[in-house]
Design a protein around this ligand. Sequence first.
Ligand code: DGY
Length: 327
Amino acid sequence: RNMSEVGKYSVFITRSDMPDIGVNLLKKECNVKLWEKPSPVPRAEFLKEVAGTNGIYCALTDKIDKELLDAAGPNLKVVATISVGYDHIDVQECKRRGIKIGYTPDVLTDATAELTLALLLSTSRRLPEAQREARTGGWVSWAPTWMTGPGLAGSTVGIVGFGRIGQAVARRVKAFNTSKILYYNRSEKPEAKETGAVKVSFDELLRDSDFVICCAALVSETKEIFNKSAFDKMKNTAVFINTSRGGTVDQDALIEALKTNNIRAAGLDVTTPEPLPLDSPLFKLKNCVILPHIGSATIEARNTMSELTANNILTALNGKDMPAELK
Ligand code: DGY
């Protein structure tokens, strides 16, 4: 059968390189239109392409706001994002219009927690810097104080945002024989029992932690929660890790804190903006490790995310319960 005559529903996918597994699921049942390039669809094209569509399969690089929803029009039933974060979607506006939202919780928790630990250890043990030294002749001999950094064993780790990913990070961190795990979260989490993590105020967490890890969703309460005052409250020896969203950090304040050794180091998988411009001062700092937003980038997680995104769309269009609806 001709794919373009398949189903009664139309779905727009915002880039050409979404994992096949989800795209193929949609193609079996819907008329699928893909943006032609393996890069985010430009805004003007996006506004044009969505006109009349029933479903949108998007990513965190696609802003779903009033203007976009207007451009799509009244046939739009579902927006599904291949991400657990949904700060790029105007949730209220979708609700108001009765448009369902799909996202991808759980399936990327392990991948993101693994990357968070990888970034933490890379930052504290200075792996990128050490690798550079080894390749460029800085490795003159074994040296007793060279390339040293703080260990996790015996340390206090503070996790800001104790949802699925924060808890998964706590479980992994515990295996490194940390002495204490603290968390800051709006609500108390019974799951904390499993790791012995203790709920504290934001200020206490900043004051007492050797490692501060941000796993909080970006919402109005967490916007730039890591500002100058927060970095001032951290230990001078603290290592800051962010695998949530760049928007939780006042980046200028972070740059200043790193430059002045007000904190020891930072590891960032997320920045403002993304991609981070090559002339960003962050790239010039030895005590900063930057990754290009790869938290969920295991092969398994990305395939499952793609499948879940497709199933969110198919179920929503067929009037069934979505496997991961944002309520
Ligand atoms: C998310 O899912 O929100 C991540 O940022 C990308 O996987």
